[in-house]
Design a protein around this ligand. Structure first.
Ligand SMILES: [Zn+2]
Length: 462
């Protein structure tokens, strides 16, 4: 990484079809013209390739992504129980084995005893693909003293012994299963390689200590949500405070009154809310709560996995933004086609219909629950094809430009105006390997250089 406060000229850059020289001084774009660069400056030759504002991923989870990079991935490539067992036994490092991406369709239901049969000598926790459930082996059950936690999320057998399955306990368990400080540098580098210069962390943190970990941890600009109770006055400088995250659990649905109460906690702090809704019922509950509390600028629906025409009309009326993840269609579309209620299939992760109706839509990956590559997400929004090639809601397809725009709005206005490279703007930039017309043709460019506030955070030699 190099400091570039002395000034950088990015020459021969394709800015929406116009070849220009972009001059950056002290982290700010100071000129945009076709003239030759000042010799004293560092020169980066774009060779006619596209220069974009850096991408903003409007919903992901930094710490979980960092942990997942250090985890056993039980996702796509492990297709048999034997492959899953072998992967768990060869978990990296010493101490905890952490695994993600488990799904019962591959290994059947898991509990502590099933895990003990695979790994008994190290504490192990395995996260369900949905992100909402963990299964612990007996060693881990003992280490986190699960037996002593009285909470409906601790599943117990007929003898009142924890089965190892836990839900909704991440906040309580985080300190008990911490594996030392988490290094997020690999996350920052990974995202910079995609041209991501900003992220919104959608984790519903309640404790300021958990948020502190994110300060300065990645080179990207970071907006944090946190839950309504989070003391936002203590969020460290350098992190932007976003809307308060409220989770309408898919399995333990809250009442409308509970949602109203959570929204009011946020409102008392003058905060917008971001409500996690992945089922029809969840969205109906959330809209009922909004009807009572009233919506305000910045309020958003996270995921909006099922929004039919009637619900979409109410979303639009309330002026709510939808932050979607088209990548789930490409990553899980075959399972959706097989498992989702046929009545909902036409309304799965809508995008095109929302945009056509004038609802603002922001793009995101939900990494690590979705893959962290925004370009793959854009391609998914355009193609709407399941992994096995079947179309998923093809009427929700959008064009390549609209797909790119999902990641080009500002953090505080997903789906709002597209950020531009302009004089006086922060130099958050992403230089690609081909002209804009070719980028839009495939949405599969390589990112040659990524700059955050004038600082180069990723550079690929060409
Ligand atoms: Zn999420």
């Amino acid at each position: 990484m190099n400091r570039t406060s002395g000034g950088v000229n990015i020459v021969r850059a394709d800015l929406d079809g116009r070849i220009v020289c972009v001059r950056v001084v002290d982290g700010i774009v100071v000129s945009l013209d076709s003239s030759r660069p000042d010799r004293a400056d560092e020169v980066i030759d774009a060779r006619g390739a596209a220069l974009l504002p850096g991408l903003h991923d409007h919903h992901l989870h930094l710490a979980a992504l960092g942990a997942s990079l250090a985890s056993v991935d039980l996702g796509a490539s492990r297709r048999t129980p034997e492959e899953v067992s072998a992967a768990l036994r060869s978990g990296p490092g010493v101490g905890w084995v952490r695994a993600v991406g488990y799904h019962e369709s591959v290994v059947g239901p898991l509990d502590r005893y099933a895990l003990d049969a695979i790994v008994a000598d190290r504490p192990m926790r395995v996260q369900h693909r949905s992100g909402v459930e963990w299964v612990l082996n007996s060693r881990a059950v003992e280490m986190v003293q699960l037996d002593g936690i009285r909470h409906p999320g601790v599943e117990r057998d007929d003898h009142d012994r924890p089965t190892g399955r836990v839900r909704g306990l991440d906040t309580q368990l985080r300190s008990r299963w911490s594996e030392g400080s988490l290094d997020l540098a690999p996350v920052g580098a990974l995202l910079a390689g995609f041209g991501v210069t900003g992220v919104t962390d959608a984790t519903p943190y309640e404790s300021i200590d958990d948020v502190m970990v994110l300060a300065g941890a990645v080179p990207q600009r970071v907006m944090v949500m946190g839950a309504p109770p989070l003391d936002v006055s203590r969020v460290p400088q350098g992190l932007q405070v976003g809307p308060a995250k409220i989770v309408v659990g898919d399995h333990a649905l809250p009442t409308v009154d509970e949602l109203v109460a959570a929204m009011r906690v946020a409102r008392r702090k003058e905060r917008a809310v971001a409500v996690h809704c992945v089922t029809r019922v969840a969205l109906i509950l959330a809209l009922a709560a909004w009807d009572e509390v009233g919506s305000r600028e910045g309020d958003r629906i996270e995921h909006g996995a099922i929004i039919d025409a009637e619900l979409a009309a109410r979303v639009h009326e309330l002026g709510l933004v939808v932050v979607t993840q088209p990548n789930f269609v490409a990553e899980r579309g075959d399972r959706y086609l097989d498992e989702v209620d046929p009545a909902d299939l036409d309304h799965l992760y809508p995008c095109g219909s929302l945009l056509a109706a004038g609802t603002r839509v922001g793009g995101s990956t939900d990494a690590p629950f979705g893959r962290p590559d925004p370009w793959a997400t854009m391609r998914a929004a355009v193609a709407r094809v399941a992994p096995d090639g079947r179309p998923v809601g093809p009427h929700e397809r959008i064009g390549a430009r609209a797909a790119m725009d999902l990641f080009l709005s500002s953090p505080d206005s997903p789906g709002g105006p597209v950020r531009r490279i302009a004089i006086g703007e922060a130099a958050d930039l992403c230089m690609l390997d081909r002209p804009m017309a070719a980028v839009l043709g495939s949405l599969q460019p390589s990112v040659v250089m990524t700059m955050v506030g004038g600082r180069i955070v990723h550079r690929d030699p060409r």
